[in-house]
Design a protein. Structure first.
Length: 248
């Protein structure tokens, strides 16, 4: 029995080994084929990297009709102080220029009572300031009317009278000066200044045409009547001096 068993064992050994070898070969071929397909450039120094998991992001689109846009009210535009000024059309005032940036103001000239004597035009000029002026102690004012003599040929000017008002639009009259010792000299008008603007307006042909009918007025114009918007609140001081009365 032992001999027969040994004979059977010996007869079965070669085929079994061959089958195992064949199976191992098939597995090796399949592994190489799979590796070449998944990572064709795999080497010993650069092993095939691990597979990366793909991340899929889901984007949810909101229909345009579902979005509500709330419109805000536009910010109100700042109110300019110039918009609060009264043109005082009864006095014939026309805007001729803006004042300097460091002291915002506007300058008007009146088409009323314009006098013409040769090359000199005498006219009333109105000054409005955005801030209270305090350079004349103890006077505080925000508007004024001046009587200006304007030499069109020499491009010079001088002041014959001035009336001050504590508020804009010639309101709340304060002091008046009709004898100005410091303003009797002629001043050169620097281009771009208020004096230059006064001369440009007064020496324009249309103003000369208006003044031609009143050429009988004197050169000084100091005794001329104030324009209608200022006359009622600016009585002339006795003797042409300074009116120091502030109670009206």
């Amino acid at each position: 029995m032992r001999v027969v068993a040994a004979s059977r064992s010996n007869s079965l050994t070669p085929p079994g080994v061959a089958a195992l070898a064949m199976a191992a070969l098939v597995i090796l071929v399949l592994n190489r084929a799979w590796g070449a397909a998944v990572c064709p450039q795999t080497t010993a120094s650069a092993p095939c990297p691990k597979p990366v998991k793909a991340v899929v992001k889901t984007v949810v689109k909101v229909p345009a009709a579902a979005v509500t846009v709330v419109a805000t009210d536009p910010a109100p535009a700042p109110t300019s102080w110039q918009s609060t000024l009264d043109p005082l059309s009864a006095g014939g005032w026309v805007l001729i220029t803006d004042g300097p940036v460091d002291n915002p103001s506007v300058v008007y000239a009146s088409t009323h009572d314009v006098l013409h004597n040769g090359n000199v035009v005498t006219a009333w000029v109105r000054w409005e300031y955005s801030r209270i002026q305090a350079e004349i102690y103890p006077l505080h004012y925000q508007s004024a009317v001046t009587h200006e003599e304007l030499d069109c040929d020499a491009r010079t000017y001088r002041r014959a009278a001035v009336f001050f008002y504590r508020r804009n639009n010639l309101q709340d009259k304060a002091l008046q000066f009709t004898a100005l010792n410091d303003d009797t000299t002629w001043k050169l008008a620097i281009p771009g200044t208020e004096g230059d603007a006064m001369l440009n307006w007064a020496c324009a042909p249309v103003v000369h045409k208006i003044a031609a009918s009143k050429s009988g007025g004197g050169k000084s114009g100091a005794a001329a009547a104030a324009p209608s918007s200022a006359a009622s609140s600016a009585p002339t001081a006795a003797g042409g001096g300074i009116d120091l009365h502030t109670k009206r």
